[in-house]
Design a binder for this molecule. Structure first.
Ligand SMILES: Cc1cc2nc3c(=O)[nH]c(=O)nc-3n(C[C@H](O)[C@H](O)[C@H](O)COP(=O)(O)OP(=O)(O)OC[C@H]3O[C@@H](n4cnc5c(N)ncnc54)[C@H](O)[C@@H]3O)c2cc1C
Length: 453
């Protein structure tokens, strides 16, 4: 995949990957062996017929490739850009044995990008059954569940607490990985199919689940994601200019703080920024800090680089752009100046041992290895728990010790007719959230057939 020069792209928010041109797409599509028993399909959580869509591309027919993709996926332009294909479809490609997997994600993106204006799935004729379903949360799980239910004939309304739809795709993943116009195009297709999206409505506060049932909704799908940041619980974490990654990314992506004062949300533009964490969120925060103008950005992670949960491509891009990876290192405390602004982090080196019962290497602190890293901004990207407000307000909804809503195999919660999926039940990727949304849609239909009419 052609990419923009790291020295140029690190100072703007434009897309890093340029997308294939036709000749590159054809060359890549023709590498697919069209296996009789394609393992790649089993590696795809939503079961896209990968060889078939690639076959159409190899015949230079992206429109037909898109028809195949859309049977299982309403968001091919998004998934083509940000799915961790290296752990899914591409991992199972027979050519991966020679380290030469077909670039399925890049081909998916090509098909979607080159047919955006001629996508006909939104003009599909659907016979409506008049049964109303409410979806809470407009991230990939809620939108996928809603999209599938729409196509089955249900009347779907999505409630979103923020002023714009898309969940993490809107407020978390930065423009340089997923441009907002791509999200808007795929959202627009669902709206054309008849999806209603009601913004600025926090279910649990603005209205309750009970009220939704009174209003006539026959089933509800909770897809409120995981928006509660985890803090390290070490001294100094309340100092000024220490952000949670969620707040930092929401300010930039959703509230356009990089364009202050044209937009009214400010953000601190650090000179020496430090991000703590090793996941996609940490990479996004570090690369965003760089694009806001930081001269140095360090990324502190307590394990080794190969153990980072972030996608490999994002790690490579971050390093190419100059992010300094400080691995096997843990923060001990944050140090502030007299005005309570962070000025340094005391860190400690870590040692990686044998693999323990958790399946990961045992980590131990190296006593006496403490040292200081100077910084004027810290972003904490240590993971997220589900937002507890809605689950805690719904009487009878069972949640586990991590705050995830508990469901059965069909994603029905402890409350009849109330289903849940995505990060709020314990996912971690867009496609996993979508898989749960799809499965829940089928279960909702079955539930309504037995209980509604
Ligand atoms: C910065 C970042 C980068 C990521 N990068 C990747 C990546 O590259 N690839 C990948 O596969 N995954 C990535 N992920 C993970 C992925 O984005 C999530 O797994 C996925 O978005 C979960 O989808 P969801 O629909 O469950 O929830 P979300 O996307 O979190 O959406 C939930 C929505 O519900 C709304 N909401 C919450 N409570 C209420 C309420 N009470 N009433 C109404 N609305 C409510 C929220 O405002 C939000 O819009 C990333 C995550 C982050 C944070």
């Amino acid at each position: 995949m052609p990419e923009r020069d790291p020295n140029i792209r690190k100072r703007d928010f434009k897309q890093v990957n340029c997308g294939y041109i036709q000749s590159e797409m054809l060359k890549e599509a023709k590498r697919c062996l069209q296996c009789q028993k394609p393992l790649c399909v089993h590696g795809c959580p939503v079961g896209i017929d990968i060889p078939e869509f690639i076959k159409h591309l190899s015949l230079n027919d992206p429109k037909q490739a898109m028809v195949v993709l859309k049977r299982k996926n309403d968001f091919p332009a998004i998934c083509g850009r940000i799915c961790p294909q290296e752990n899914q479809c591409e991992k199972f490609c027979i050519l991966s044995k020679r380290n030469e997997s077909v670039s399925i994600g890049n081909l998916e993106r090509y098909a979607a990008d080159n047919t955006a204006s001629m996508d006909s799935s939104n003009t599909m004729i659907i016979s409506k059954n008049g049964i109303r379903i409410a979806i809470i949360g407009s991230g990939p799980s809620g939108l996928t569940c809603g999209g599938d239910l729409l196509k089955m004939g249900y009347d779907v309304t999505v409630y979103e607490s923020l002023h714009n739809a898309g969940g993490v795709l809107r407020y978390g993943v930065p423009e340089f990985r997923l441009p907002k116009y791509v999200l808007d195009l795929e959202l627009c297709n669902l709206k054309k199919l008849g999806m209603k999206i009601i913004l600025n409505t926090f279910i649990g506060r603005t209205k309750t689940i009970k009220e939704l049932f009174y209003e006539g909704y026959k089933s509800i799908f909770i897809a409120t994601g995981a928006g509660l940041p985890i803090f390290p619980k070490i001294p100094g974490e309340n100092l000024n200019h220490i952000y949670s990654a969620n707040e930092f990314l929401v300010r930039v992506n959703l509230m356009h703080s990089f364009d202050f004062p044209n937009y009214d949300t400010p953000i601190y533009k650090a000179r020496n920024a430090v991000v703590i964490g090793g996941g996609n969120t940490a990479m996004d925060a570090a690369r965003t800090a760089l694009r806001l103008g930081a001269e140095n950005v360090k990324l502190i992670y307590r394990r080794t680089e190969s153990e980072m949960p972030a996608r490999k491509e994002e790690r490579i891009h971050a390093k190419e752009e100059g992010i300094d990876f400080v691995t096997l290192t843990s923060p001990v405390r944050f140090i502030g100046n007299e005005k309570r602004f962070v000025k340094a982090i005391e860190c400690m080196k870590m040692e990686s041992g044998e693999i323990d019962n958790s399946g990961r290497r045992h980590l131990s602190k190296i006593i006496g290895s403490n040292y200081i890293i100077e910084t004027d901004m810290v972003v904490l990207a240590l993971g997220l728990h589900p937002n507890p407000i809605l689950p805690s307000l719904v009487y009878g909804l069972i949640i586990d010790s991590h705050g995830h809503i508990t469901t059965d195999d069909s994603f029905m919660t402890s409350l009849p007719g109330v289903f849940a999926g995505g990060d709020v039940v314990g996912g971690a990727t867009v496609i996993e959230a979508m898989r749960m949304g799809k499965k829940a849609a089928k279960a909702i239909e079955k539930y309504l057939k037995n209980n509604c009419c």
